[in-house]
Design a protein around this ligand. Structure first.
Ligand SMILES: *Cc1c(COP(=O)(O)O)cnc(C)c1O
Length: 228
């Protein structure tokens, strides 16, 4: 078996173990294989082992891959240039990085023109980092209300990318905070949000313990990345 296949199966095992430890049904955690900078051949190999959902950060790269495998489910997980919005409609099962009014308006316009609906997550800048995109927690409720007011957008939950730390115990408080933000939003707006997208290679078992329903794992599956 190739190294890639071994790494993928090992991640699947770790997801299984983390669910067992947390007393959670494995079906409640969706593994998204983050394939940015990795070639389509690697994606196909992992898809052959049963993986169905992939995450990409860069739209041009994603669209080329989606054209080859439109049968797979694709998640947009990076910031999206507004002028690319028209190209992404109908291509992604979930856009995880909605975080600005201007992108929201662009998505509203494009989905209405195309007469389709789009599932989205709102990205939260949980560590309040200047260089990262995402809503600040205090701005979340009013932004969520604007998303809910758009009939062609389906708000499915929250996503975060906490400050990098090798020790997942340092990241745990951010996961707890995102979960609590989701609960607060559900209560105040009287809605249910099925998804919490949190946890990457360094910390996905902890994210599962804290309630993640989507984990986004790149390096532990595909190996290290070489940006081109
Ligand atoms: C690249 C990326 C990931 C995957 O990170 P790894 O540490 O390689 O698992 C997850 N989420 C987002 C938003 C990313 O940009």
């Amino acid at each position: 078996m190739s190294e890639l296949s071994e790494r993928y199966l090992k991640v699947k095992d770790r997801v299984h173990e983390a669910c067992k430890k947390a007393g959670r049904d494995e079906q409640s955690v969706k593994l998204v294989a983050v394939s940015k900078f990795h070639p389509i051949e690697a994606i196909i190999e992992v898809a052959e082992l049963g993986q169905k959902e992939f995450g990409e950060n860069y739209i041009q790269e994603a669209l080329e891959k989606i054209a080859v495998r439109p049968d797979l489910k694709w998640h947009a997980i990076g910031p999206i240039q507004h002028k690319k919005t028209k190209d992404i409609i109908g291509k992604f099962s979930l856009i995880e990085s909605l975080a600005t009014d201007s992108f929201l308006h662009e998505l509203e316009k494009r989905t209405q023109n195309a007469n389709c609906t789009q599932d989205v997550l709102v990205q939260v800048n949980i560590g309040r980092e200047e260089q990262k995109s995402g809503l600040l927690p205090e701005d979340l409720i009013s932004f969520a209300q604007k998303v809910l007011a758009v009939p062609t957008l389906n708000l499915c939950g929250l996503m975060c990318l906490p400050p990098l730390d090798e020790n997942p115990e340092h990241t745990r408080p951010y996961f707890i905070e995102l979960r609590e933000l989701k609960e607060k939003l559900e209560k105040e707006l009287e809605i249910t949000l099925p998804h919490l997208s949190m946890g990457m290679s360094a910390d996905f078992p902890v994210a599962i313990e804290e309630g993640a329903t989507i984990i986004r794992v790149g390096t532990d599956i595909f190996g290290s990345r070489h940006p081109h």
